[in-house]
Design a binder for this molecule. Structure first.
Ligand SMILES: [Zn+2]
Ligand SMILES: [Zn+2]
Length: 649
C-alpha cells in the first residue's frame, strides 16, 4: 500500500515540494522523523514533534497513509511547550537520582517554564537548585532518547506501586482509563500523555528559578509537597532576555518596594491577606480614591455607601449564597446570620428600589469605594495582588435595555482615560457563560451580544474567554500590561439581568407601564490594593508627581540654612505641595541619597548661596539639577505637572 503525504509550509520552511502534492513514500508506513528525513527537511535538529492530521505526536510516531504531516519546531509556541514539559521530566529524573526516596507528583508546563511537585523528607531549598541543575546538564549531555510505551492501567499501577510512587497510582486511579502512556528517558519513567522531544540533548537553555510549598491537588487537607520551578527556552538568547526581565521584576517587586518606601505591611498576628497601610501608603490610597470620586461625579455617578455586613437571607435572595458562599465569611448578631459583603451590589439595589423610578431618571449610576472581604486560599495570597480584604472602585448602573449599549461604551471610554492617566496599555477580553451560573439562556445571549456590540462599535480588538464570565452574567475584562509586559486583571464590565429580577426592580416607561431595568456591575481600577501593587511595579516605586505621597523634600547644607529652609518648607505646604524636611546635621550627599532611595520626585537643596539669593536648587529624581529658581517658580512647575497628571517629572 502506498502512503501519501502532503507537507505544510507553515514555519517559513523552504521545502522542495509542491504544496499538497502527494509524495509516494514507498510500501511501509514509517515513523514521522524518517519521513521528514526522506523529504530532506532543513533544520531537522529543530523538529521537536510533529502534527499528524493536526494532532501533536512524537517524532517517533508512525505516519499512516493519506496523513497530513507537519513538523513542529522548537521555537514555535507548541514546540517550546513540549520542550518545557520535557525539561520537567529531566528535572524529575535529576531529583530522583540525587535524593533517594523522593516521590514524584506532577510536572506540567506553565508560562515560560514548568514545575514539578515532589514529596521528600524535607522541603527543597534554593540551595539545592545548583546541584539539581548540574545533574540535569549531565542528563542533557548524555542525549537520552524519550521512549513512549502504552500499557494497561493495571500494569502501570503495578509498576508505580513497585516504586512506591503513590501519587502516580492515585492519578491513574482517577484517570479511570483502560490504557495509559508512559515516557522513559534514561532511568526515569513517568506517566504522561506526551508528546516529548526526541531526546534530552535538545534542551539548550533552562534554569531552575525557585522552590515553593504546594498542596497535593491544591487541597489544604492533603500532603504539602515541595515544588521546584524552572524556565526553558528554545535559545540561550531567549533565556537571557527572560532572566534579565526577572531581575528587573525583582527590583520592582511591590512587596520589597512597599517596605523600602514605607507604604504598607502585613502581619501574621493580624491575619493573612490583610494589609496595614502606613502613613505614606494610606496617603497614596487617599490621593487615588479622591481622584476617583472626582472622576465619577464628573461622569454623572452618584456616591453611595452600604453596610459591611448584610443578613444572610439577603445573600440567599441574590444568589450569592448558592453560588459564592465558599468565598464569603459569615457572622452572627442576635442569633441572626449575617454575611460579610464580598461584593457591593446589594445595597445599591435597595437604594434603587427605595422609590418608584421613572424612565426619565435612568440611567442610575451608583458608585462606591466598597470594602469587600473574599476568602482566598492561603496559598494564593501575595502582597497586594491577592488579599482577603480589599476596596473596589465599584459601580452599578441601572438602565433601560435601549441605554445599555451607550452605557457600556461610556464605561470603556472611562477605562481608556484612566489607563492613559496611570500609564498603562491594556487588552480587552469578553468572557462568556461559565458552568456554574444563574439566569436564562436568552438573557445570557442578550448580555453577551450587548458587550460585544459595544466593543465592536468602538473598534476595540478583543479576545473571547469561553466560560470565564461571572455566575450572574457575561463580562468584559480589561487586562492591563505593565512595563515588563505582564498582564493584570483590573477593570471589568459585567452585564446582569438576574439581580433586577430577583429584587423585582422596575421603572415606569413613557407609556406608564412597569418595566425591568438592566444592570451593569463595573470596576475601573478594580481592587485598589492590587492596582497600587501594579502601580508600584510599573513605576518601580517612582510615582508620577501627582501621585507621590511625598512630592518634595527640603535639605539643608548647614545648620545656618535652617531658618531659610523652614521658610521654604512652609511655602510649599501652604501651596498644597506634599513636602517634608531633612534638616539633620548630616552630610548633604547622604541626605540626597536617602531622598533618592525614597524615590521622592524633587529635592530642594538649601545652602548659603540659596539663602542669600532667596532661591532654591532643585534636583529632580534621577539626578538632574535644574537651574537656580525662586520657590514660586518651583511651585508653579509642580502645580502644572500635577494639573496635567504628567507621568514624567
Ligand atoms: Zn511528560
Ligand atoms: Zn456588583
Amino acid at each position: 500500500m502506498d502512503a501519501l503525504f502532503s507537507l505544510y509550509n507553515t514555519m517559513g520552511y523552504k521545502i522542495h515540494l509542491k504544496h499538497n502534492s502527494p509524495i509516494d513514500m514507498g510500501q511501509e508506513p514509517l515513523p514521522a522523523i524518517e519521513v521528514l528525513g526522506l523529504l530532506n527537511i532543513k533544520d531537522m535538529g529543530r523538529v521537536v514533534a510533529v502534527k499528524i492530521n493536526g494532532i501533536l505526536r512524537d517524532t517517533s510516531a508512525t505516519v499512516d497513509s493519506n496523513a497530513e504531516l507537519e513538523p513542529v519546531l522548537i521555537d514555535s509556541d507548541e514546540g517550546v511547550d513540549i520542550l518545557r514539559h520535557s525539561t520537567s521530566h529531566v528535572m524529575a529524573m535529576a531529583v530522583k537520582e540525587l535524593f533517594p526516596g523522593v516521590k514524584v507528583a506532577i510536572g506540567p508546563t506553565i508560562e515560560n517554564g514548568f514545575y514539578y511537585d515532589f514529596d521528600y523528607q524535607r522541603p527543597f531549598k534554593e540551595d539545592d537548585l545548583p546541584l539539581i541543575e548540574a545533574k540535569m546538564e549531565e542528563i542533557i549531555r548524555h542525549d537520552l532518547p524519550f521512549r513512549r510505551e502504552e500499557m494497561s492501567s493495571e500494569e502501570a499501577m503495578d509498576l508505580f506501586r513497585s516504586q512506591d510512587e503513590t501519587y502516580k497510582t492515585e492519578i491513574i486511579e482517577d484517570l479511570d482509563e483502560k490504557m495509559v502512556s508512559l515516557y522513559t528517558h534514561g532511568s526515569f519513567r513517568d506517566l504522561c500523555r506526551g508528546p516529548h522531544i526526541p531526546s534530552t540533548g535538545m534542551i539548550k537553555a533552562f534554569k531552575l528559578i525557585k522552590t515553593a510549598g504546594a498542596y497535593w491537588r491544591g487541597d489544604e487537607n492533603r500532603a504539602m509537597l515541595s515544588r521546584i520551578y524552572g524556565v526553558a527556552f528554545s535559545s540561550k538568547k531567549d533565556l537571557k532576555r527572560y532572566l534579565d526581565r526577572l531581575e528587573e521584576a525583582k527590583k520592582r517587586d511591590h512587596i520589597k518596594l512597599g517596605k523600602q518606601l514605607d507604604l504598607f505591611s502585613t502581619y501574621e498576628e493580624i491575619g493573612a491577606g490583610m494589609i496595614v497601610w502606613h502613613p505614606k501608603g494610606a496617603l497614596l490610597r487617599h490621593i487615588i480614591e479622591e481622584f476617583e470620586v472626582e472622576e465619577h461625579l464628573k461622569r454623572g455617578y452618584d456616591l453611595v455607601k452600604g453596610p459591611q455586613i448584610l443578613k444572610t437571607t439577603l445573600w440567599e435572595k441574590s444568589g450569592h449564597f448558592d453560588n459564592y458562599r465558599e468565598n464569603m465569611y459569615f457572622t452572627e448578631i442576635d442569633e441572626q446570620s449575617y454575611g460579610i459583603k464580598p461584593m457591593n451590589c446589594l445595597s445599591h439595589m435597595l437604594i434603587y428600589r427605595s422609590k418608584i423610578r421613572s424612565y426619565r431618571e435612568l440611567p442610575k449610576r451608583y458608585f462606591e469605594l466598597g470594602l469587600v472581604h473574599r476568602h482566598e486560599r492561603s496559598g494564593v495570597l501575595h502582597g497586594l495582588s491577592r488579599v482577603r480584604e480589599f476596596t473596589q472602585d465599584d459601580a452599578h448602573i441601572l438602565c433601560t435595555p435601549e441605554q445599555l449599549n451607550g452605557e457600556i461604551k461610556e464605561i470603556l471610554d472611562f477605562i481608556k482615560e484612566m489607563m492613559d492617566i496611570f500609564g498603562f496599555d491594556y487588552e480587552v477580553e469578553v468572557s462568556t457563560r461559565p458552568e456554574k451560573s444563574i439566569g436564562s439562556d436568552e438573557d445570557w445571549e442578550r448580555g453577551t451580544k450587548a458587550l460585544m456590540e459595544a466593543v465592536d462599535d468602538l473598534s476595540i480588538e478583543y479576545r473571547i474567554n469561553q466560560g470565564e464570565g461571572a455566575f450572574y452574567g457575561p463580562k468584559i475584562d480589561i487586562k492591563l500590561k505593565d512595563a515588563l509586559d505582564r498582564s493584570w486583571q483590573c477593570a471589568t464590565v459585567q452585564c446582569d439581568f438576574t439581580l433586577p429580577e430577583r429584587f423585582d426592580l422596575s421603572y415606569i416607561d413613557n407609556e406608564g407601564r412597569k418595566q425591568r431595568p438592566v444592570m451593569l456591575h463595573r470596576v475601573i481600577l478594580g481592587s485598589i490594593e492590587r492596582f497600587i501593587g501594579v502601580l508600584i511595579e510599573q513605576h518601580a516605586g517612582a510615582f508620577p508627581t501627582w501621585l507621590a505621597p511625598v512630592q518634595a523634600r527640603v535639605l539643608t547644607v548647614t545648620d545656618r540654612c535652617i531658618p531659610f529652609g523652614e521658610k521654604v518648607l512652609k511655602g510649599l505646604i501652604d501651596a498644597d505641595i506634599r513636602a517634608e524636611a531633612d534638616f539633620r546635621n548630616e552630610k548633604l550627599g547622604m541626605k540626597v541619597r536617602e531622598a533618592q532611595t525614597q524615590k521622592i520626585p524633587y529635592v530642594l537643596i538649601i545652602g548659603d548661596k540659596e539663602a542669600e539669593k532667596a532661591a532654591v536648587t532643585v534636583r529632580i529624581r534621577g539626578g538632574k539639577n535644574l537651574p537656580l529658581m525662586t520657590e514660586g517658580e518651583f511651585i508653579k512647575r509642580v502645580h502644572e505637572n500635577c494639573r496635567q497628571r504628567r507621568l514624567q517629572l
